[in-house]
Design a protein around this ligand. Structure first.
Ligand SMILES: *[C@@H]1O[C@H](CO)[C@@H](O)[C@H](O)[C@H]1NC(C)=O
Ligand SMILES: *[C@@H]1O[C@H](CO)[C@@H](O)[C@H](O)[C@H]1NC(C)=O
Length: 213
């Protein structure tokens, strides 16, 4: 603050206020005063107390990422329902978490994502297909790894018109039916209990494939 005031004092009265605001703009020290210039936890993210223990990060012009690593299922539901969100977010992720057991229908309210990453969500045993389908026009990456899922509804992949990368790993999923995805470029499936592969897939754009052991 001393620096702020000596800087302001050193310039003429006329420029005092303006100099102060320029200083703030340049340093981004006062997030709450000028949130739209300073990235984290600023508009278009909701107030952090409304979504805690999830947190939201914004980087202009359009990157909005939500981290629910420290939340349980009901805290994720309340972070997205009854809170005003910008509808089109970039990331949703939960990394290494024992409290989230399911992602039920409606968990994200009306929010959609480009990337969803659930990694090391060790007690996650169910992801309702509608949770993924809500983002079907925007979702580019979907990663679900190291969890208790024993079923994945593969046929939804053909409806995800932007999905380029799909990873399902270290889960209890056993089946891998034939599925279609004209756009999918990467498929990462190591560490599941998949024992049989059927012929007849229609995935013409696959460039990266890991079926694991
Ligand atoms: C989620 O965490 C909150 C806060 O610790 C707790 O009150 C609530 O009972 C938890 N909900 C579940 C379903 O575990
Ligand atoms: C959100 O994304 C959808 C699908 O890409 C698009 O049609 C819509 O205009 C976007 N809405 C906003 C507010 O950006």
């Amino acid at each position: 603050m001393n620096l702020v005031f000596s800087l302001v004092e050193s310039i003429s009265d006329t420029w005092k206020t303006m100099g102060f605001w320029i200083f703030l703009l340049l340093t981004c020290n006062f997030l709450s005063l000028i949130p739209w210039t300073c990235g984290q936890e600023a508009y278009p993210c909701p107030p952090s107390e409304d979504i805690s223990p999830c947190s939201c990060e914004y980087d202009a012009p359009s990157f909005i990422s939500v981290d629910c690593t420290f939340a349980n299922t009901s805290q994720i539901i309340s972070a997205f329902n009854g809170v005003a969100w910008f509808p089109n977010l970039t990331n949703f992720y939960v990394w290494y978490n024992d409290w989230v057991t399911e992602l039920p229908e409606g968990v994200f309210g009306t929010v959609t994502f480009e990337r969803i990453q659930l990694n090391g969500v060790r007690n996650l045993n169910s992801v309702h297909p509608s949770v993924i389908l809500e983002s079907k026009d925007r979702l580019q990456q979907l990663l679900i790894c190291d969890c208790l899922l024993d079923h994945f509804q593969w046929d939804i992949l053909s409806q995800l018109t932007e999905l380029k990368f799909f990873g399902l790993c270290d889960s209890d999923v056993t089946d891998l039916p034939v599925f279609d995805s004209l756009i999918l470029e990467g498929l990462y499936l190591p560490g599941n209990r998949i024992s049989t592969f059927e012929a007849g897939w229609s995935t013409p754009n696959i460039k990266y494939l890991d079926m694991g052991a």
